[in-house]
Design a binder for this molecule. Structure first.
Ligand code: SF4
Length: 478
């Protein structure tokens, strides 16, 4: 598995792009904390600065001043187990006969080896094991024979998998979304230019206006003088495979993805959770921060049904500790939960509690939180989860866990309840996810909760209709 990242590309009329790119990367920091990078072009040459670490640590004022030019792209990268090193930091840059190329990728290709072998046999030398370098080399080769749009189309014909890309060819910035739209990508307008980014919160940060999502299979080419953009639908619109987890966990709540405000989707999922498995307890409590929108929707629906359940914050978060989901080792993850959350005893002691979280991956956090609440005097603890059971890993760019590490891979809900020590446990159904996202079952990627992916391991597209479970039934060990 490769990275889960954030990408951005900006073209401005008459202003240096480095600082807006830097602010954009701040807005995308939640999508990757391992490394950050910016590539700009000043009309004569390409400039780049790529560093390990958080955005605030990766650049100083001199670095930004040196990134001259009104066009550029940026990237933040997510750490994955065993790959915490500088070789895979992005944007990836390459110079070739007819110009320079910078490339920032969010996603994961499923036929990298095949394309890499083919390019290696043609004399291309690779310096990293990453997908991004493969895409860059393939595009550089196509650009020797084709114009920009045709070259991108030829590369997209060859690569399979999930990708949202921002690309810089000389001073032209491009954005591309894979034909199934697995990863998000949006287009926005600024006072003096245009921006393409993984999430619309980036556009808000720059005081711009969201225009729309980049369509699956669409190429957007920004005009280098910031005066507009051209759109090319390079593939016929086909069945989409949007990653539902963007709405459940990854994206910022204030982002609009595929025309849906993430915050509203999470609240809606919380309401559905109450409808499906609500239980009246003294308090409803979110796991901060990701469970908060779910819990507010759940508590609101409970109140409408006349339940005496009160919404309360019972766990306080230390904001200076990273998300447990992205800690590279199990040992670090276990320590991080205790560092990160502290209970408010007076909210919990002697009371029955519904604890709401967005998902359970390994079960480590849930187990420790239930223990924390018991130690703080909770009388009953009922855990409600705003997504279905994660029963399979992700092959499309999310560093989730291996199958062995997933607590739900081969356990029933009752087994998991016992393992985490809760009095009751319920997950949200797949049907509620598809309803909340206004998508049919086969318009979403649900691979990690069904085991059926839009691509098979050989990198070929699959027909997910064939063996799909009936709506409302999640394939599992139950
Ligand atoms: S397998 Fe899960 S996490 Fe991965 S892309 Fe599909 S829905 Fe998203």
């Amino acid at each position: 598995m490769n990275e889960k990242c954030g990408v951005v590309g900006i073209s401005l009329a008459d202003r240096e792009a480095a600082r807006p790119l830097y602010y954009s990367l701040y807005a995308l920091q939640h999508r990757g904390q391992e490394s950050a990078g910016i590539v700009t072009h000043d009309g004569f040459q390409q400039h780049e600065h790529v560093e390990m670490g958080l955005v605030g640590d990766a650049f100083d004022s001199d670095d930004l001043d040196a990134l001259s030019g009104s066009n550029g792209i940026g990237h933040v990268r997510y750490p994955t187990a065993g790959s915490v090193n500088a070789c895979c930091a992005q944007p990836f840059s390459v110079s070739f006969k007819s110009g320079s190329l910078g490339l920032a990728h969010n996603g994961n290709l499923v036929n990298t080896e095949e394309v890499r072998d083919e390019l290696a046999s043609l004399g291309h030398a690779f310096t990293s094991s990453g997908d991004t370098e493969v895409i860059a080399h393939d595009l550089a080769r196509n650009l020797l024979e084709e114009d920009l749009v045709r070259a991108v189309k030829s590369t997209m014909d060859r690569i399979h998998g999930s990708y949202s890309l921002t690309i810089m060819h000389d001073e032209t910035v491009l954005g591309v979304r894979d034909p199934q739209g697995n990863r998000p990508l949006v287009l926005g307008e600024l006072d003096d230019g245009y921006v393409i980014a993984s999430e619309s919160a980036t556009i808000d940060t720059l005081d711009g206006e969201l225009i729309r999502d980049v369509e699956p299979g669409e190429l957007i080419v920004l005009k280098p003088d910031g005066s507009g953009y051209d759109s090319y639908q390079l593939f016929d619109l086909e069945k989409t495979a949007h990653c539902f987890f963007e709405h459940v966990y990854f994206a910022r709540p204030d982002s609009i993805i595929d025309e849906k405000l993430v915050y509203e989707v999470r609240r809606d999922l919380g309401r559905k959770l109450w409808e499906e498995s609500g239980i009246e307890t003294d308090v409803v409590m979110p796991v901060p921060d990701s469970g908060r929108s779910f819990a507010s929707g759940y508590a609101e629906a409970a109140a409408e049904d006349g339940a005496r359940t009160e919404f309360a914050e019972g766990l306080m978060k230390n904001r200076y500790v990273g998300r447990t989901f992205i800690m590279p080792t199990q040992d670090e993850r276990e320590r991080a939960v205790r560092l990160k959350l502290n209970p408010i005893k007076s909210t919990i002691e002697g009371r029955s509690v519904t604890l709401i979280d967005d998902s359970i991956v390994r079960g480590t956090t849930s187990t420790q939180l239930v223990e924390l609440l018991r130690d703080a005097g909770a009388e009953e603890i009922h855990v409600r989860i705003g997504s279905p059971k994660i029963i399979a890993p992700c092959y499309l760019g999310i560093d989730m866990a291996s199958r062995d590490e997933l607590i739900a891979a081969d356990r029933t809900t009752e087994d998991i309840r016992e393992a985490i020590g809760a009095d009751s446990l319920s997950y949200l159904s797949i049907e509620s996810i598809t309803e909340a996202l206004d998508n049919d079952y086969d318009e979403l990627c649900l691979g990690c909760v069904t085991g059926e992916y839009p691509y098979d391991v050989e990198g070929e597209k699959t027909d997910r209709d064939v063996s799909r479970p009936a709506i409302g039934e999640q394939p599992s060990a139950d």
